[in-house]
Unconditional design. Structure first.
Length: 338
């Protein structure tokens, strides 16, 4: 197939997206596809630009402010008419956060009449909005921590959820805009900081324990992985800097717990109308209680990201994984239902 890999975007997850996209493009070529790499901000990338992205990796701190100033991806649909993209069969989405993951780009591609990988605008928007997704998970019988929606004051949050408590943006990803407030003073500071996020704020009951993740591709849940971060929570630095977290696949847990987590991951994938791929994160507390933290409609897709590590645990290489995702989308084209 001729495949265009869309990456970059204008969110504070731009660097993660570029890293994912460059590695996906290389993997798809290894799987014998004809590939064009596209930054939704700057257009088709040269071979030198792609190599630069592969060498750069992801910095310890996310881009923001001046790094993102002036970036514009409003011309994304026009990219589909670029001569370099003539006769593209499929668009492989490697976008994270912002309009690349909230359903906006997916809606534009639907209007343009082109096929693409991953969830459609509905699934993306449901998974991206953590408050909406938690309501759907609760209705589907999937356990998720109790929460409140801001704005709230310290007394309201402490009375309903206690401390420590998680404070996070409803539309965040890559563990950005995620805080753990241990006491009233830290909660007050977190409330003040979150007022500048320009997003709906969630306060979520904190369940300390072991963190697990399950990747889903098609209708298959991959082996459970355990995340052991250097920091108290699995933050941006622990996710993307080498040596900052242990990621153990398969997790060293009883078979019964592993099967329960895999089954719940499939329940979440279906409840949020996701398709092709997703990654679902869980916490298991000291009493054995399972809590679904969130689902990712477009999870990180570098060769060392969590979903590819889950695939590798069952013998699926990174090029094979990327090829499988592309073929799931292509099957929809064949059914005239993309």
């Amino acid at each position: 197939m001729k495949i265009a890999v869309l990456m970059g975007g204008t969110s504070d997850e731009r660097e993660v997206s570029l890293s994912s996209g460059a590695q996906i493009a290389r993997a798809l070529r290894e799987a014998k596809h004809d590939v064009v790499a596209v930054d939704t901000v700057h257009g088709v990338l040269t071979a030198d630009a792609e190599r630069g992205l592969l060498d750069e990796g992801v910095r310890a701190a996310p881009p923001g402010g001046a790094d993102l100033a002036g970036l514009d991806e409003s011309h994304t649909v026009a990219l589909t008419r670029d001569p370099n993209l003539a006769s593209v069969d499929l668009y492989f989405l490697a976008l994270h956060g912002g309009s690349g993951e909230d359903g906006t780009i997916q809606a534009l591609l639907d209007v343009a009449g082109v096929a693409y990988t991953g969830s459609d605008r509905l699934g993306c928007s449901l998974a991206m909005d953590k408050e909406v997704s938690k309501r759907l998970l609760r209705d589907a019988g999937v356990p998720t921590p109790d929460w409140l929606v801001g704005p709230r004051d310290v007394d309201e949050v402490e009375s309903a959820l206690g401390v420590p408590v998680i404070v996070k943006a409803a539309g965040g990803g890559s563990s950005l805009r995620l805080l753990l407030a241990h006491d009233r003073a830290e909660l007050s500071a977190a409330i003040e900081e979150s007022a500048g996020w320009n997003d709906l704020v969630l306060f979520e009951r904190y369940h300390p324990g072991r963190e697990f993740t399950v990747g889903v591709v098609g209708d298959e849940a991959f082996p459970v992985g355990e995340i052991v971060p250097d920091h108290e929570i699995f933050d941006y630095e622990c996710k993307y800097q080498p040596g900052k977290a242990q990621e153990i696949f398969p997790a060293d847990i009883p078979d019964e717990l592993a099967e329960r987590l895999r089954a719940l991951a499939l329940d979440v994938h279906r409840a949020l109308r996701l398709r092709d791929l997703s990654r679902v994160d869980f916490m298991v507390d000291g009493s054995g209680g399972i809590w679904c933290l969130e689902a990712n409609a477009l999870p990180g897709m570098t060769a060392t990201s969590l979903l590819p590590k889950g695939a590798q645990a069952v013998g699926v290489s990174f090029p094979e994984l990327c090829d499988r995702v592309a073929r799931l989308a292509w099957e929809r084209v064949q059914r005239r239902s993309f």
